[in-house]
Write a protein that binds this ligand. Structure first.
Ligand code: GDP
Ligand code: IMO
Ligand code: MG
Length: 427
């Protein structure tokens, strides 16, 4: 079972970090393939909490080599802040290998992210402000800076000058900001050049070689299906492809080498930032989910918007990504409800739709149609066997399985590494 993708099926923060960690010692390499430090992946080991933004969450798995693929956008300050932070906590981890083709986030990308959001006012996306969108824009516009550019200081400087040419005009004339100095940006980037140099690799070749050798490679998705720039709730999305295809383009590994796609789904739904969310709760029930689930962003600390499980949202993600299995997280958070609503369909302009609609204008006005499932009161955080879960809890899982049309192979019953109920082997 060598190539395994783990990805989010909702709007992020499903517990991908925990799912990656749960696959643990069977994995030889863990590779991030999209996004950057807009992600926040939490792993709880022995009661200690670690949040990885740019580093693969798999870095806490001592047996695995970690890789940052070409599809990732890299903020070098964050990379070293995270690595040094782990070292300061006594965690002995290896420096990740980094694709020469990955793009670099610079200070001007961060500035542009912030000023464009401010300028957009009520039409803002609610980005994480980490410079993600502007860095991917530069990549597609062919004026980006790549990790390999760090190997040649003159070339790097030329590229920064070229990239800033138009941007400085925009910053000064439209946003009324000061010009950004190319020399300073080049220096900021070169400050890390010597440290990173030994770890810059042809990641595509390396990963293919490892797969040839029968190694287990886990592709760690960031963000989620509904934040995907092609398949998500556009324009309220991120600027990359967190979906399964992104694991191939974002690492240089062909689709024939992927054996399993694990979709991570939260037992209810959350979202950070702007954009449609039909099953969102605006009342005390939403407050209760937020409090019980600790739903505050791992990256920005923003309170997450909370709502009931939306089956068509997860069903379409399973379909588009070809998920073979689902890992259902945070089921423990639902203990104590008399009945649990699940969104099974939408009412769109007076018509019932059992599937995720074709257009975003339809999804914007979709009203949830709920089915009500009986709840359970028991604390399930110490249960490790599916058969020991309360009957209504098992029935909830089985009903979700039908609605999302994918088998549920693992269940999270708490944030800790060991707090999982495994139904089918995932590696
Ligand atoms: P990611 O971005 O998908 O990796 O998810 P985040 O780390 O941003 O958010 C998930 C949060 O839920 C983190 O605080 C996790 O520690 C926590 N978590 C993950 N799985 C479970 C679970 O099964 N039960 C509970 N109670 N918490 C969980
Ligand atoms: P993980 O990997 C939740 C959201 C932002 C915003 C939109 C665009 O932890 O699940 P960006 O900064 O990417 O341009 O912001 O995407 N967003 C996330 N929401 N989890 C994430 O990552 C996210 N990464 C980006 O809140 O709405
Ligand atoms: Mg997160």
């Amino acid at each position: 079972m060598p190539g395994i993708i783990v990805l989010g099926t909702q709007w992020g923060d499903e517990g991908k970090g925990k799912a990656v960690d749960a696959l643990g010692e069977h994995v030889d390499l863990v590779v991030r393939y999209s996004g950057g430090n807009n992600a926040g992946h939490t792993v709880v080991v022995g009661g200690e909490k670690f949040i990885m933004h740019l580093l693969p969450a798999g870095i806490l798995n001592r047996n695995a080599t970690t890789v940052i693929g070409n599809g990732v956008v890299v903020d070098l300050d964050v990379l070293y802040h995270e690595l040094d932070g782990l070292a300061a906590r006594g965690e002995v981890v290896d420096h990740p290998l980094i694709s020469a083709n990955a793009h670099l986030i610079t200070s001007y990308h961060q500035t542009l992210d912030k000023v464009t959001e401010r300028f957009a006012g009520r039409k803002r996306i609610g980005t994480t402000g980490r410079g993600i969108g502007p860095t991917y824009s530069d990549k597609v516009n062919r004026v980006g800076i790549r990790v390999s550019d760090l190997l040649d200081a003159d070339l790097l400087h030329d590229k920064v000058v070229a990239s800033l040419d138009m941007k400085n005009q925009t910053l000064v004339k439209i946003y009324n900001r000061r010009e950004i100095d190319a020399d300073i940006v080049t220096e900021q980037l070169l400050a890390h050049a010597e440290r990173i140099r030994p770890y810059i690799v042809d990641a595509a070749r390396l990963l293919n070689d490892e797969l040839d050798a029968g190694k287990v490679v886990l592709f760690e998705g960031a963000q989620a299906h509904h934040l995907d720039v092609d398949h998500g709730t556009y324009p309220y999305v991120t600027s990359s492809n967190p979906t399964a295809g992104g694991a191939c383009t974002g690492t240089g590994v062909g689709p024939t080498r992927i054996d399993r796609v694990i979709g991570v789904a939260k037992a209810y739904t959350t979202r950070v930032g702007e954009g449609p969310f039909p099953s969102e709760l605006f009342d005390a029930a939403g407050e209760r989910l937020r409090a019980d689930g600790g739903e505050y962003g791992a990256t920005t600390g923003r309170p997450r918007r909370c709502g009931w499980f939306d089956a068509p949202v997860v069903e379409v993600a399973n379909r588009v990504n070809g998920c073979t299995d689902v890992f259902l997280t945070k089921l423990d958070v639902l203990s104590g409800w008399e009945r649990i609503p699940v969104c099974v369909a939408y009412e769109i302009n007076g018509q019932r739709s059992d599937i995720y609609p074709m257009t975003q204008s339809e999804f914007q006005v979709a009203k949830p149609i709920f089915e009500f499932l009986p709840g359970w009161t028991e604390d399930i955080t110490k249960i490790r066997d599916f058969d020991r879960l309360p009957a209504n809890c098992r029935a909830y899982v089985k009903r979700l399985e039908e609605l999302i049309r994918c088998r549920i192979s693992g269940i999270g019953v708490g944030p800790g590494r060991e707090q999982a109920v495994m139904i089918n082997d995932l590696v």
